[in-house]
Design a protein around this ligand. Sequence first.
Ligand code: DQA
Length: 145
Amino acid sequence: MSHVIYVLNGPNLNLLGTRQPEVYGYETLADVESMMVDKAQELGLTIEFFQSNHEGAIVDKIHEAREKAAGIIINPAAYTHTSVAILDALNAFDAPVVEVHLSNVHKRESFRHHSYVSLRADGVIAGLGTRGYVAALDYLAHRLG
Ligand code: DQA
């Protein structure tokens, strides 16, 4: 059976494509999902794609991943900079975690420079737009052999 990778997206990412396109680009979250599905197929992985605007729903999904996923790719969006709850949930997950940001958060406001999730992530990708998700999947395929 192929490994399942959970791809988790935080608040406002449902608006991708129309939300500040000068920062986040014109591709939608559905475009990202379809790109990920294609790449996963190529790599022999399966993805479970999820977005929520609610912190607790993301925590619940990470708990579910403990039983079901071989890795997590997460763009926690604004919760990156605020959520100890998401960090704690990821600390209870025992497989690789890659944190992805569409924008280069280090080039932006100083409050975006700190990430709670980075304290747990095995790797962080920022500023590569939607390609960052694909790069994360590529890395996990390599890591999982
Ligand atoms: C983001 C960066 C965050 O600072 C921001 O709150 C987001 C998106 C990114 O993908 O660049 O919503 O995670």
